[in-house]
Design a binder for this molecule. Structure first.
Ligand code: SF4
Length: 578
């Protein structure tokens, strides 16, 4: 039996539920009970399509029920502890520890620290080794699909890759094994190709590097990330639940495509979601009609939305219905007057573009594949279409970057401003963090002093320019994310410690180790914490791309059906993935 629940907390959740449309309320009786947890605020979770899609997929199964829980806000956390209330689900206000499965949706490393807080509030032991069979604590999402190791001592089972197709099988297997011992359950779940059971592996270390990995007898050698190769077999991810309390409150989100074939070498999502797959135009339009009816505005989501072959047709359809349509990403070389006119009509105010780097050499290093001329032509089109706000994204600390490359951001911005003439340009400049599953996975994070010096110089260079604003993330802010994205399982203790003490104290106490981890240049044959995972992209391909990057040599975009170079489209991978 759970303990008593604070009336105030219950009332607040019920009020939130009353403002939602589309939530599922199912009887628990006999069903596998899953509490899907977003490790941050409700408003952010409800604006995440991955979270919404997993909720929808599990609730589509007759024999399972999925409810939600979130990190409570600060004042509610105080109320939880004052009233000794355990964290509970939204739909039925059931304590988390009474569920069969607690499932974390984890797209971002920044939120890992909240897992300790949430399990603490739920009165569930944080470390896997200290827990009984249920609730089984599982996790999925982009962050852990790239590298689950930082959470290896906390999570029992990771589901690696895309959720579609995987979830029914997981629930079925869980149902069959849930009444046995925890070890038997884990061994049974390990038979699914895309699950990772971290307790089946032991690591030995040499300083910040991994020396050896030992596998428990019977544990699998490789985890093959799940991929929904044929997206048409699955429902279009969209805002199944709408609520005025979500981050983009009046925007109905719809996934229009998955994957990007451009091969930008810094982009983990680009490699993770290969090959590029587009939703059928009629399916997107159907979701768009529903979304505009429910919210008045739609946000088209994907890794490279503007590359959908029918993107103008889709936006035009929304405009005809007198709805607003926004896009999560735009490429310079995909902009044309027609697309910009449609965006203008659909209520767009700010055009957001990502040059990432300001010199052609640097863009060749990262395989961004756009020239200075294409940038200036696109800016002219933006001005001619009547837009007055332009947002530009850059990275600092990219491989082979010099002070001059960084400084070129100032000059390029001034040239862009001269073309825009009127209006505002805002720059968002972030430190580059090498990510798993990219050609830069072996390289060191840039010296923090170098990053900060370059950021300072750019900010100073643009300080007196009218209509230009610059926002930056300092190297210190980036350091923990840079560490967590490529960390091994020793990070788990830091994460749990930080959930009560905060990152600043943990960083101070472990600075030498953390800095030596992020600054480590990994050799070609180094054991990487995420080596166990196979997403189809061969390691040898990534290494070759790393070499080409250092020589500033370009790689052409994907040609699905004609190209097999990275390995994802090879028939062997399709078969392995199942
Ligand atoms: S094999 Fe070729 S087309 Fe397929 S994902 Fe890799 S690069 Fe793209």
């Amino acid at each position: 039996m759970g303990r008593s629940i604070s009336w105030n907390l219950k009332k607040k959740v019920r009020e939130t539920l009353s403002r939602e449309t589309g939530a599922v309320h199912k009887e628990h009786g006999g069903r596998i009970r899953v509490c899907l947890v977003w490790p941050n605020a409700y408003s952010l979770g409800m604006a995440n399509l991955g979270f919404q899609t997993v909720y929808h997929l599990i609730n589509s199964l007759d024999d399972a029920v999925c409810e939600r829980s979130f990190l409570p806000d600060k004042e509610d956390i105080e109320e939880f502890s004052r009233t000794s209330t355990e964290l509970f689900s939204y739909e039925s206000q059931t304590p988390l520890r009474e569920f069969d499965i607690i499932a974390f949706s984890l797209p971002f490393e920044d939120d890992y620290v909240n897992i300790g807080r949430i399990l603490g509030l739920a009165n569930v032991p944080v470390f896997s080794a200290e827990r009984d069979l249920t609730p089984l604590v599982i996790a999925g999402g982009v962050g852990v699909s790239l590298n689950p190791e930082p959470l290896a001592e906390i999570i029992d089972v990771f589901t690696i890759g895309e959720g579609e197709g995987a979830l029914p099988e997981f629930i079925e297997r869980f149902r069959a094994l849930k009444d046995g011992a925890k070890d038997e359950l884990l061994s049974g779940l390990d038979e699914l190709p895309w699950t990772y059971i971290p307790s089946f592996y032991e690591y030995e270390y040499d300083g910040p590097a991994i020396k050896e990995v030992k596998r428990k007898a019977g544990a699998k050698e490789k985890v093959v990330g799940k991929k929904a190769f044929d997206l048409a077999r699955f429902p279009v991810p969209q805002s199944f639940i709408t609520t005025p309390d979500a981050e983009f409150r009046d925007t109905y989100l719809i996934e229009v495509e998955r994957g990007c074939g451009r091969g930008c070498r810094f982009c983990a999502a680009g490699f993770l979601y290969l090959p590029p797959r587009w939703r059928k135009t009629e399916d997107v339009k159907e979701a768009l009609s529903e979304g505009l009816k429910r919210a008045g505005k739609a946000g088209l989501i994907g890794t490279a939305v503007s590359e959908h072959p029918d993107i103008n047709d889709i936006i035009g359809f929304g405009v005809e219905k007198e709805g607003g349509v926004t896009l999560s990403s735009l490429r310079f070389d995909m902009l044309d007057a027609g697309l910009l006119a449609l965006l203008k009509k659909s209520g767009y105010k700010t055009i957001t573009l990502a040059p990432e780097a300001a010199t052609e050499r640097m863009r060749a290093v990262i395989n961004k594949g756009i020239t200075d001329k294409e940038i200036m032509d696109a800016v002219s089109l933006v001005r001619e279409a009547g837009f007055l706000k332009l947002k530009l994204y850059y990275l600092i600390g990219l491989p082979t970057e010099t002070d001059e490359d960084a400084e070129a951001i100032v000059e390029l911005t001034k040239r862009i401003k001269a073309v825009m003439a009127r209006g505002e340009i805002s720059l968002s400049i972030n430190p580059f963090m090498p990510k798993p599953l990219t050609p830069f996975q072996w390289m060191a994070f840039e010296e923090t002093a170098t990053i900060d010096k370059r950021l300072k110089s750019i900010t100073k260079g643009l300080l007196k320019e009218k209509g230009i604003s610059v926002s930056t993330m300092s190297s210190k802010e980036a350091l923990m994310q840079a560490y967590l994205s490529r960390a091994d399982r020793r990070a788990g203790r830091f994460i749990v410690e930080a959930s009560s003490k905060g990152w600043a104290r943990v960083l101070k106490a472990n600075e030498d180790f953390i800095i030596s981890s992020v600054r480590m240049d990994r050799a070609k044959d180094a054991i990487l914490p995420w080596d166990i995972i196979d997403h189809g992209v061969r390691k040898s391909y990534l290494w070759k791309e790393y070499g080409k990057a250092l020589e500033a040599r370009a790689t052409p975009p994907c040609e699905v059906g004609e190209c097999f170079r990275c390995g994802v489209c090879l028939p062997e991978y399709f078969e392995k993935e199942g």
